[in-house]
Design a protein around this ligand. Structure first.
Ligand code: BDR
Ligand code: CA
Length: 326
């Protein structure tokens, strides 16, 4: 039976790559895609998400509009990376479909409570690929919805590197309070969490030549869209290849053995002059005497992805978006 999944996105060039994979791979049962402001404003995110699902011929997948802005700070988009429309300015025909009338948080609640009422095989893997605002609001407003979760696999953070700042990854930096709330709530509610962060994010890549081949197949379907998304990124960064980005987190759900994980305590830095939004991953040997540490161990211990079989994930993504496996 296909694994139930829900994506929470800020589409986003690489979110689009992730949606194509989740919508088309037969091992996954994509039940909803919820949207949040991040790479672009939330209305652009909704429009982009519907457009990608049209290309994948998945009009059945519920799409919902969520939070416009982080809990505390003003929204700051990443159009300098993702283009003016947030999805590569591809001049691709827009969807005419409307999003669900419910708020994203209500859709998440409804999908998860329905899953909780089913058997073990109905439990949902939630894959946030964006600032964690919707998920934080969900877990604080409707904590009972966590009963419908199998696990949370999120793209965000890093043990070692930053991109939005020298210390912090974009999704966590954009709304650090939400990221902290999600880690805290998952620890309290007993939800297992995997962090697919920048330590692995850039490794699975598609070459410019392969992207051009996808585009030349034409047909306005998922393959052509996938090729144009990768092509945009190659041009944007003047590179011969581009990462599949957020799609890597979806790969971990389909083929968990493709990443090396370590179970580690993680906190989110909420202050810090230069480090706000950093995920503090504790890699110390906790066998020693910790009484000297005034902070003590973090409440949240999660699976941190520290290595990836990049070729395996790039191939998984490429085969799926080009082959129309569904
Ligand atoms: C993350 O930020 C966004 O730009 C991407 O979509 C990805 O989710 C990488 O830091
Ligand atoms: Ca994203």
């Amino acid at each position: 039976m296909a694994l139930p999944v829900v994506l929470d996105v800020d589409t986003g060039v690489d979110d689009a790559c992730a949606i194509l994979l989740a919508a088309l791979h037969p091992a996954l049962d994509l039940r909803a895609v919820t949207c949040v402001g991040g790479n672009a404003d939330v209305d652009s995110v909704v429009a982009n998400t519907l457009t990608v699902l049209d290309a994948a011929e998945r009009p059945d997948v519920v799409v919902a509009r969520g939070a416009e802005r982080p809990l505390l700070e003003e929204a700051v988009d990443a159009r300098h990376v993702h283009g003016q429309d947030g999805m590569g300015d591809l001049d691709w025909a827009k969807s005419t479909r409307e999003p669900d009338a419910r708020h994203a948080v209500e859709v998440l609640r409804d999908v998860l409570l329905e899953a909780a009422a089913g058997g073990e095989d109905q439990l949902v893997t939630l894959v946030p690929l964006a600032p964690l605002t919707n998920v934080a609001l969900l877990l604080r407003t409707y904590p009972e919805a966590a009963r419908g979760l199998r696990e949370v696999v999120f793209m965000g953070g890093a043990a070692h590197v930053g991109n939005a700042t020298a210390s912090a990854e974009f999704n966590v930096f954009h709304d650090p309070e939400s990221a902290a709330v999600v880690l805290d709530a998952c620890a309290a509610l007993g939800v297992r969490v995997t962090m697919y962060g920048l330590d692995v994010f850039y490794a699975p890549r598609i070459s410019k030549a392969t992207a051009a081949k996808l585009v030349s197949a034409g047909g306005h379907g998922p393959g052509e869209l996938a090729g144009r998304l990768v092509g945009f990124q190659c041009a944007r960064f003047g590179a011969d290849s581009a990462t599949i980005g957020d799609a890597g987190a979806v790969c971990t759900v389909i083929e968990p053995a493709g990443v090396r994980r370590e179970r580690l305590p993680v906190r989110v830095e909420l202050a810090g002059t230069w480090s706000r939004g950093r995920t503090i991953v504790d890699r110390r040997d906790w066998g020693g005497d910790l009484s000297h540490d005034p902070h003590g161990p973090a409440r949240s211990t999660i699976d941190v992805c520290l290595g990836v079989d990049a070729q395996r994930y790039a191939t998984l993504w490429l085969d799926t978006v080009s082959g129309g496996m569904r």
